[in-house]
Design a protein around this ligand. Structure first.
Ligand SMILES: *Cc1c(COP(=O)(O)O)cnc(C)c1O
Length: 424
């Protein structure tokens, strides 16, 4: 599908007068509409709730918008829990899905009343030791092992991931033991969680995952007798980073999960199970962009455009070779007849937002809009080469804008040093 920026050149220029590039910008209208469509797609399920994966975009303003749309938060660390606390989000509005969990993190999640999702069988003993009691409701993360594959059209594999190589979750045997021992220790209601494939653009991923987890729930219920309260389909619904990629159809996905629910759980008398999701990317990636200025051009064996943003602002292309679509604002209708590498200024040759990308002729000062940076964008930022994290801006529903996180300054970079011992 054609990829259109949610920001016009005029609006960008107005913002840049106040907030210099680079910055991340988020589209409140898009975020709300998307969250509503998700909730509608799963409205057939009484206890349905999306727990936004905070790690994707940990900004209180965006978390509050999602909370207003009925979402809870999925955290995996002490600081993410604190962030929720600062937004006065707690209790059953938090899912704590961590791994390699430190004592303090687990205790914090317990104190906040979050749903705790145990990543490993040994965590059963661990929580018995470090928490005052085993929580009444507790969740365990499942890993089926092997290879997870979904065939698409023409027998092409559409989704492939390798749970057998992934560090997360428990085997079925361990799940059974964990449920039994947790029940003996006082747990009354149980959750099941699994994350099998990341960034899937197939509408069949969630229904397929759901059927695996629903069948597991039936087996575990029969074997252990425990009450299953919720099944958490976790993250993994993807977005169309590339124009030629299909866009996932959330209404279709919700309906696909419903069919499996009716077929597998309802006949077993388990039709009261709540469905949870923990989407990050799907909730925010398309509704955020990295806005940068072209500050340098260079012609050697290839043609390069250098931006004032770099991989420290958006790491996905450098880290995973990910595609992020690029629009030169104001040149949307110009022919893409120039081939560029679009780069940042890190002393790392993988600091390239795009390689051999066909774009309109770019002039110094042009505003470059990098699409789909709203999740796993700013949040994966770092300070390599002394680069500072950028500002985050919210484009509000009424068209006005608001700074929702200021850019770092050198003072922030220096804040963790203590120079008092040096005598110069
Ligand atoms: C990262 C993560 C998510 C969100 O994944 P997306 O790909 O952003 O949807 C959900 N749950 C857990 C446990 C995660 O680690």
């Amino acid at each position: 599908m054609e990829k259109k920026p949610f920001l016009s050149l005029d609006k960008a220029q107005e913002i840049i007068k106040d907030i210099p590039t680079p910055f991340h910008i988020y589209d409140e209208k898009g975020i709300r509409e998307n969250a509503r469509a998700l909730n509608k797609a799963f409205s057939w399920n009484k206890g349905y709730k999306e727990y936004f994966a905070v790690k994707a975009t940990p900004n209180p303003y965006l978390m509050k918008i999602l909370e207003e749309e009925g979402c809870g938060m999925d955290c995996s660390s002490y600081t993410e829990l604190m962030l929720c606390e600062s937004c006065s989000i707690s209790g059953e509005n938090i899912m704590f899905s961590s791994n390699v969990t430190p004592v303090e993190d687990m205790q914090k999640a317990y104190e906040m009343g979050a749903y705790i999702n145990l990543d490993d069988y040994t965590h059963v003993e661990f929580i018995k030791k470090i928490l005052p009691e085993v929580p009444k409701t507790i969740c365990c993360r499942y890993n089926p092992g092997g290879v997870f594959e979904l065939a698409g059209s023409e027998d092409k594999v559409q989704v492939m991931d390798t749970p057998g190589d992934s560090k997360y979750g428990m085997t079925e045997e361990q799940m059974e033991k964990a449920f039994t021992e947790l029940a003996e220790a006082g747990a009354e209601e149980f959750g099941i969680h699994a994350f099998l494939a990341s960034n899937t653009v197939s509408n069949e991923y969630y229904p397929e995952l759901a059927s695996i987890l629903f069948e597991l729930a039936v087996r575990l219920h029969k074997k252990t007798g425990v009450k299953i309260k919720f099944i958490n389909l976790s993250g993994g619904v993807g977005v169309d980073y590339k124009p030629e990629e299909p866009r996932t159809d959330i209404a279709y996905i919700g309906e696909g999960v419903r069919k499996k629910f009716e077929k597998i759980l309802v006949p077993e008398g388990m039709g009261d199970i709540a469905i949870f999701t923990e989407l990050g990317r799907y909730m925010l990636a398309p509704f955020g962009a990295l806005v940068a200025t072209a500050i340098h051009e260079k012609h050697i064996y290839k043609d390069y455009i250098g931006l004032d943003a770099c991989a420290a602002n958006l790491m996905r292309p450098a880290m995973y070779g990910s595609y992020h679509h690029i629009t030169v604002l104001g040149k949307e209708d110009k022919p893409c007849d120039h081939k560029y590498d679009v780069t940042g200024g890190l002393c790392e040759n993988n600091d390239k937002f795009a390689i051999d990308r066909m774009l309109p002729k770019i002039d110094i000062g042009d505003i470059i809009y990098i699409h789909d940076a709203g999740a796993h964008g700013f949040s994966m930022g770092y300070n390599y080469n002394g680069k500072l994290r950028s500002a985050e801006v919210l484009l509000k529903e009424d068209g006005s804008f608001k700074l929702i996180r200021r850019a770092e300054t050198p003072k922030d970079y220096f804040a963790t040093f203590d120079f008092s011992e040096f005598k110069f």
